[in-house]
Design a protein around this ligand. Structure first.
Ligand code: UD1
Ligand code: MG
Length: 485
């Protein structure tokens, strides 16, 4: 499936055949699931994810020209010939995803609805109308309203963030104006967390236990922390961006690792998690099973739509993902992290994003000038990417403290700093590479092709994520005296 990089808007024969085969297989699985009373939400979720992949793949191709006409278009800056291609295609993914997640609701709650309403599987139970509970209108009391609330709150957050992303793709909202909006989108999640789970304590590392005790209740601060995660997630994907495929590739890696983390809890214990954590022999099911099923059911369709987008956005990109996708992807991770109760494990999988954010801070917070684009610079002569730079003209040198910071980063090999002798004979900084992980990688590894840079940074993401999971399961007990697994 690799059509030529043009504004082609129809599927090739091969593509149409592959997509219809995937869609037919998934529809068959769905039909079987319906016949067999639908008590297999994971299989349904897998089938819906396959459908989501096919639908997104085809729609992204078909809707390209319509997006361009509506003004959703951008110039591919790292190419010898700069072409305009459709932008904001993450909106298609978000729409397909939300649609699939809505269709999924009856499957997730099928058994609960049937049992609680005395239908289907519970037909022999007679519900008396004079029954006191029925008169008070609470005969659905066994229905897991809290689970539905979690599910719906996640959908509200995702809807809100997708709208923000769309507005951003259309109106190019200033960075400082849009930065905090994901925190508002997270309010439903936090309310459900408070009502449903409400744990605000963290396990204290062994070293600090003599002073703080085994558990530290952070109270309201824990919600501030989760709001911070909610702001960080979407923004962190959006600023590790600017070369073909990187936004989606990093998201696919993070989602796959989160799904792997869920699978560790859901697969038979003799196989995975307890062995990893040195807890072989613990009885199954694990208490966190439900949260991890919840998480998987959000991640599988996300992987479906993202892989479809990656096929179109990989080098040479035929569409851009837009801020819609970046915000949406980050919020999917925040949703599963907060409602699945593993926000700290999530942070372990976001180490490259955390590094990129902290490293970017001087530019994000105005200490160092921040150009509109900080993506690597394309050298038309070599066809390779090089670090993009901020220049410090004669009249506008960095302030003393900033200069000291930049020089220190340069000495540590964390920045390319170009110095020159001024008219007074004193050395001064004239140029520094932009503070992003992508530029830093180029400083370390030298100029390279765009596709190579995407691949290397994606591999780095995967390696660091896997290392994060090993730390989580193998090393946590060295630092903490107990583990919530
Ligand atoms: C963020 C970054 C910015 C980076 C940009 C790239 C910060 C504070 N902002 O801004 O430095 O340059 O993302 O997405 O770190 N583009 C390409 N090739 C690609 C992807 C994007 O040329 O593979 C260009 C296109 O012109 C596209 C534009 O980037 O139209 C999209 O930029 P946008 O997502 O609007 O930038 P921001 O998210 O504001
Ligand atoms: Mg962006």
């Amino acid at each position: 499936m690799s059509p030529s990089p043009s504004t082609q808007s129809s599927l090739t024969r091969n593509e149409a055949l592959t997509l219809s085969t995937i869609a037919s297989a998934c529809l068959t699985i769905l039909a079987n699931a319906l016949r067999e009373d639908a008590d297999i939400p994971l299989i349904v979720s897998l089938a819906l994810s396959g459908l989501a992949f096919s639908a997104s793949y085809a729609l992204i191709r078909w809707l390209g020209p319509a997006f361009m006409r509506a003004g959703f278009r951008g110039v591919d800056l790292a190419k010898p010939v700069r072409r305009e291609i459709p932008e904001g295609m993450g909106a298609v993914c978000a729409a397909v995803y939300l649609f699939v997640m809505i269709v999924f609701v009856p499957f997730v709650f099928y058994r609960d609805v049937v049992a609680a309403t005395s239908g289907g599987g519970n037909r022999d139970v007679v519900v008396s109308l004079r029954d006191e509970a029925a008169e008070r209108g609470v005969f659905l009391h066994r229905f897991p309203h809290s689970k539905l609330a979690s599910y719906l709150s996640a959908m509200v957050s995702l809807h809100t963030v997708a709208s923000l992303g769309l507005a951003d793709d259309l109106f190019d909202i200033r960075w400082r104006h849009k930065f905090f909006i994901p925190a508002f989108a997270a309010i439903p999640l936090l309310v459900v967390y408070a009502v449903d789970f409400g744990v605000t304590s963290v396990v204290v590392p062994r070293l600090l236990q003599p002073c703080l005790g085994p558990l530290l209740d952070l109270g309201g601060l824990y919600y501030v922390y989760m709001a911070a995660v909610a702001i960080f997630g979407p923004n962190s994907i959006n600023i590790l961006a600017g070369i073909n495929g990187i936004e989606v590739a990093q998201s696919v890696v993070i989602a796959s690792l989160l799904a792997l983390n869920d699978a560790l809890y859901l697969l038979p214990p003799s196989a995975l998690l307890p062995r990893l954590a040195g807890l072989a022999g613990k009885p199954y099911p694990h208490p966190a099973t439900d949260s991890h099923l919840f998480s998987l059911s959000f991640l599988l369709p996300f992987l479906g739509v993202s892989l479809a987008l990656l096929c179109h956005n990989a080098y040479p990109a035929r569409v851009f993902v837009g801020d819609t996708y970046c915000y949406f992807a980050g919020t999917v991770f925040v949703v599963v992290g907060i409602l699945g109760h593993f926000s700290k494990t999530l942070l372990l999988l976001l180490v490259p994003q955390i590094f990129n954010f902290v490293y970017s801070a001087p530019q994000l917070f105005g200490l160092v000038p921040c150009p509109r684009h900080r993506m690597p610079r394309f050298n038309a002569r070599t066809g390779l990417l090089e670090p993009s730079v901020t220049t410090w003209p004669d009249g506008k040198p960095p302030r003393k403290a900033v200069e000291w910071g930049l020089r220190t980063l340069g000495r540590l090999g964390l920045l390319r700093v170009v110095v020159d002798k001024g008219e007074d004979g004193k050395e001064r900084i004239v140029e520094t590479s932009n503070l992003t992980l992508l530029n830093l990688w180029l400083v370390w590894r030298g100029p390279m092709k765009e596709s190579r840079l995407t691949l290397e940074v994606t591999m780095l993401q995967a390696a660091m994520g896997l290392a994060g999971l090993v730390v989580r399961y193998r090393l946590a007990l060295l630092v903490f005296s107990q583990d919530n697994i």
